[in-house]
Design a protein around this ligand. Structure first.
Ligand code: BEZ
Length: 389
């Protein structure tokens, strides 16, 4: 066997090289997942964790050359507990990356602390417009949507379908209010009129009184935002009240994504706009769906896709910074220059760090969210109020 002779000079040179390497490069990157594992959004949180971990597994457990490790906190989709929960991740667990959340109110609290602490944050669902608006920052990114986007795309689709008088119904919190605002903007721009806006407190699912109001007002169509367990109950109640055939039901895609098994025949014919659909049939999406089903024994949904892409975005940024989460400017430049090869179709990240992406009009047929047409192509959130430093 050949013996290597090591001179004292070579030892010193090696020691200096080691000292010059970034101190953290040998350590794993800690991803703090602040997602709901209880309540109406529990399934959404679960699928986000699955989607993110799937991409990391596909990369051999490493991104940017560093192992990925997880710390999980149940956000409970509760904004009142969000500051305590995010502080636990930042201060107690000293995470390198914040991943969350599902609920817009929780995401706003996370973004506030991410901005103050400089912790890298990736939003894999919550659409709070402000996160990529006035709260935008070089270290905050989103791979899902702004609430304005799917609302706006649904308004365009409903108007194109020839409906003129609409009623909106949603939970009374940021996500519902902002989606209704987006919907109203495009629907009324196209000549429609929103004749009433109905709300239930989050996460209540007592819809009966409002369904009676809708029947009495006789709109051309109804726009709804609900998600998770609430979406299942709303779609079933809408059909049971006899409204489905009288007043076509539209919504942002969360109304029927990841929920169809539980909604059954009551969801047939419901039309929604979203940046993903079940039957895209592209090789990229087919491969993703197959891998997800193999890993988890379940079908993926939009939440899993958004999280898979959050891991892709992290990989792109880390590859450009040599695995350093603190180099925000380099991380941001790499992400903004990239085209993300998502199961939803390729998309890019805007200067306020929100996806620029197609929105599909889908219709539930045979228990599947089938694409009807592209409702809005390369839709970009206006990023109002974003002053990126
Ligand atoms: C939100 O609160 O931003 C949200 C929650 C579920 C689905 C979509 C948006």
């Amino acid at each position: 066997m050949k013996r290597l002779m090591t001179s004292p000079c070579a030892v010193i040179a090696a020691a200096l090289t080691m000292a010059a390497a970034p101190a953290q490069s040998a350590d794993p990157i800690k991803v703090g997942m602040m997602l709901p594992s209880t309540g109406t959004y529990a399934r959404l949180g679960n699928n986000i964790k699955n989607g993110f971990k799937l991409y990391v597994q596909e990369q051999g457990g490493k991104l940017g050359g560093r192992e990925i490790e997880y710390v999980e906190v149940d956000s409970e989709a509760n904004p009142a507990k969000a500051i305590d929960n995010v502080n636990k991740l930042i201060k107690q667990h000293e995470v390198d990356v914040l991943l969350g959340s599902v609920h817009s109110g929780v995401a706003l609290a996370m973004a506030k602390r991410a901005k103050e602490s400089g912790t890298l944050m990736i939003v894999p669902n919550a659409g709070a417009d402000k996160v990529t608006g006035p709260m935008c920052a070089p270290n905050i990114f989103r791979t899902s949507f702004s609430n304005w986007q799917p609302g706006y795309a649904t308004g365009q689709a409903m108007a194109e379908d020839g409906h003129k008088r609409a009623i909106t119904i949603t939970w009374k919190y940021g996500a519902g209010e902002e989606m209704v605002k987006g919907f109203k903007a495009s629907f009324e721009k196209a000549g429609g009129k929103v004749i009433d806006q109905l709300y239930v407190p989050f996460p209540n699912v007592e819809f009966q009184a409002l369904l009676t109001q809708i029947a009495a007002a006789k709109p051309d169509a109804v726009f709804a935002f609900f998600a998770g367990g609430g979406a299942v109950k709303f779609v079933k109640d809408y059909a049971a009240a006899g409204l489905k055939d009288a007043f076509p039901l539209y919504g942002t895609g969360f109304l029927t994504d990841g929920t169809l098994e539980a909604q059954g025949a009551d969801a047939e014919g419901v039309k929604t706009a979203l940046h993903y659909a079940d039957a895209l049939g592209t090789p990229r999406d087919n491969a993703f769906r197959e891998a997800y089903a193999k890993a988890y024994g379940d079908q993926p949904d939009v939440y899993a896709v958004q999280a898979y892409d959050a891991a892709q975005l992290l990989g792109i940024g880390l590859a450009a910074t040599g695995g350093d989460v603190h180099k925000s400017a380099e991380f941001s430049a790499a992400v903004r220059a990239a085209t993300i090869d998502s199961p939803r179709g390729q998309f890019t990240i805007s200067k306020s760090h929100n996806p620029i992406q197609n929105f599909y009009l889908r219709e539930v047929k045979g228990g599947v969210n089938q694409v009807v047409r592209i409702a809005s192509e390369a839709l970009e959130d206006p990023g109002r109020g974003c002053r990126m430093k």
